[in-house]
Design a protein around this ligand. Structure first.
Ligand SMILES: Nc1ncnc2c1ncn2[C@@H]1O[C@H](COP(=O)(O)OP(=O)(O)O)[C@@H](O)[C@H]1O
Ligand SMILES: [Mg+2]
Length: 248
């Protein structure tokens, strides 16, 4: 049959065999990466716990703190990829996202994905995370939510003009009837009104060469699978706000 090939006695599409192979290889690489990152995490924390015994000066201690933070962020990034791969595999097997629902720590997720989007603390982008502690508890699929947040945050960062001062990206969460709303806003280029709904179409991109136009299509699809939605408001030249609705 065209577009299909025999694989371990079953018929799978070429795309699904490639996906399985890619996922397998990435998991192998991730295991080694995670092993080494955990070792680094353990070793740096051990050194930090006894700075005098190992002769760490004040400067070296400050550098070690940065190193520990970088390792923590890298562990978060590796976990994110692992989660996305696991979700892709369970989708292959027709499992519902709801089976993976757990209570979310939205503040930690927002901070982790914000650091993934802007890893350089000296960057000209001011990243503000405003997630109050007293939000109602939301249960959802943490990997799917962080995948959506990362897509939104990266788009916001990419919408900024690095030559302009005052570049701002903000992620905030607020309670609304039946939902928690997570808003990602920026002071970037904005979106023309004619493109406002098109941005959610698969393959729609205004970044030739660098974008594939899948981020928002996948994100809206995920948001809807979670029982919520993803919407946008924007003012060309001033900035955009994307709102993720997560049901309570
Ligand atoms: N925060 C934003 N500010 C301005 N334009 C945006 C923003 N987010 C998305 N867009 C527009 O939507 C398009 C589609 O986004 P996306 O699906 O993530 O694909 P990609 O980033 O690969 O282009 C982008 O090319 C851009 O034109
Ligand atoms: Mg994108």
């Amino acid at each position: 049959m065209r577009g299909c090939l025999r694989f371990k006695g079953s018929r799978q599409s070429v795309a699904s065999v490639l996906l399985e192979e890619l996922s397998h290889e990435m998991n192998n690489a991730l295991s080694s990466l995670q092993f080494n990152l955990n070792f680094l995490d353990h070793a740096t924390r051990e050194l930090m716990a006894q700075p005098d015994a190992v002769g760490l000066s004040g400067d070296a201690r400050a550098r070690m703190t940065e190193l520990t933070d970088a390792v923590t962020d890298s562990i978060g990034a590796a976990r994110h990829v692992q989660g996305v791969l696991a979700r892709t595999r369970s989708k292959e097997h027709g499992r519902d996202l709801r089976a993976r629902f757990t209570p979310l720590d939205l503040r930690v997720m927002a901070e982790t994905t914000a650091r993934m989007a802007v890893p350089d603390a000296t960057s000209a982008v001011r990243m503000v995370v405003d997630v109050p502690a007293e939000l109602p508890e939301v249960s959802s699929d943490p990997t799917a939510v962080s995948q959506i947040l990362l897509n939104l945050l990266l788009n916001s960062v990419q919408s900024l003009d690095s030559h302009k001062p005052g570049n701002l990206v903000r992620v905030e969460a607020v309670a609304a009837p039946g939902y928690v709303l997570v808003r990602v806003s920026d002071s970037g280029c904005g979106i023309q009104s004619a493109d406002l709904e098109r941005v959610f179409e698969a393959r729609f991109t205004t970044k030739p060469g660098s974008g594939n136009g899948l981020g928002l299509a996948v994100s809206r699809d995920l948001a809807r699978q979670l029982g919520g939605d993803l919407s946008v408001e924007s003012e060309p030249g001033k900035g955009s706000t994307f709102t993720l609705h997560l049901p309570l």
